[in-house]
Design a protein. Sequence first.
Length: 584
Amino acid sequence: MNAHPKNHPAKTPDQLRSARYFAHDDLRSFGHRSRLRQMGYAPEDWVGKPVIGIINTWSDFNPCHGHFKDRVEDVKRGVLQAGGFPLELPVHSASETFLKPTSMLYRNFLAMEVEEGIRAHPIDGAVLMGGCDKSTPALLMGATSAGVPAIYLPAGPMLRGNWKGKTLGSGSDAWKFWDERRAGNIDETAWGEIEGGIARSFGHCMTMGTASTMTAIAEAIGMTLSGASSVPAADAGHNRMAAACGRRIVEMVWEDLTPDRIQTRKAYENAITVAMAMGCSTNAIIHLIAQARRAGVDIGLDDFDKASRLVPVIANVRPSGDAYLMEDFYFAGGLPALMGRLTGHLHLDALTVTGRTVGENIAGATVYNDDVIRTVENPIYAEGALAVLRGNLAPDGCVIKPSACAPHLRVHTGPALVFDDYPSMKAAIDDEDLDVTPDHVLVLRNAGPLGGPGMPEWGMLPIPRKLIKQGVRDMLRISDSRMSGTSYGACILHVAPESYVGGPLALLRTGDLVSVDVPNRRIDMQVDEAELAARRAALVPPPPHYERGYGWMFSRHIKQAHEGCDFDFLETSFGAPVGEPSIY
């Protein structure tokens, strides 16, 4: 049986990668075919058909992907409809909620598993099922390095939360109400009600957190179907979108539409533009740099800062926005509608997995609510979501989300209150006798890629209880860690080099004055060079976190935040052959 569509002549059945496993009259192919029959398949299932690997990150530990156990069947239905042969390949889930010390520690682990899983199996094309924060970049990094046609299926945001008629946003409102709980304004009963109402369905965070940011970026790069990143997880349209991904990947295999044809510099510049306009998570910088370098595209901090000067935030979605969530964004027209308002900033000729360009995909896209998706003339923040700061405290750069912090803190000088680790910070922050004022700059160090380890989301340092009770809800905070995309406030993150490797943050002491000037992109400690040299000479290297296993490998090969935190031996692997093991 020949399933090759006549209108897609780029590849013939005998050129399929899977044909090398199944089509030959030799003992190896006999073994492969007999094992397919062992699973109940017949030649009619695979002969002349592309094998589609469905890379599924479902897990009982991952509520964001709770529907993937069923949604994979929709993908299989689409693959079968298009004449392909679907086979599911489960991989690590990278659950943001339950994986400790941080899922970021395992992003590269998942990327390696995806790349090697595709490389080692008879896969002609892949559907990548993800959505929870680190799963999106990991899946795309792995598939990009593997080089076979691939399409990304976003998990979709969960439904709006609700408590006593108030709309709740996952993450963002958790931080907000936790402050009120610490201030004594919310009792145990109300706290339990909020706990039960803030996450009402499967799907990832419905705020503009890292999950929604990264799925939107996957679409902006061109790796999803048009509009796919905005569809709520519980909407029947998500089932239909999943099946459409299954149909489209079969066509992509015949077209030989591989990631290198899509993931160009233009694609990544589009992604940065969209991220800025969305009010994106600060995590977007780390992940996009890593993804781009897998694709052989040299994206860096300066690309983000340049875009932030040009592209305003027009998505009025929490936490940068004041009221709306991703469900509202979807009904307002979704990502195609937002991109339709950014045409002057986009490369409309960039190719996408649809086989059409960005311009063709968004032609005719309509905004149905001008308050949810603003115009560039009426933004919620005049510049982009993120800003990159440099100075003697962060010579390789650090990141702030000015669209989500108190305006008066964008230019600020105050004394540092320094914590060397998370436990000591957590203990001190609830001490009502803590010597701290709203002008202090809270600092957490040894929380970066190596120091964390894994760069945990500790960057939204809690406001000291003493100040919370006085009504303070934002203050300047600095760390070499990350923060959740659902977080907000005047948090300066990703300080590079990190303190664990002797970066300047390691030299800062409590009481030193720290100056931040977001408009001029500066961050400095007011300590003279002679004193800094003396402090550096007294530094004692910290002990290693790991002596074996994945952590040992991680600690020897992880790169710094401004370089994307990929492994040094992986980021140049784009286009590596996906040939079979040497036994062939």
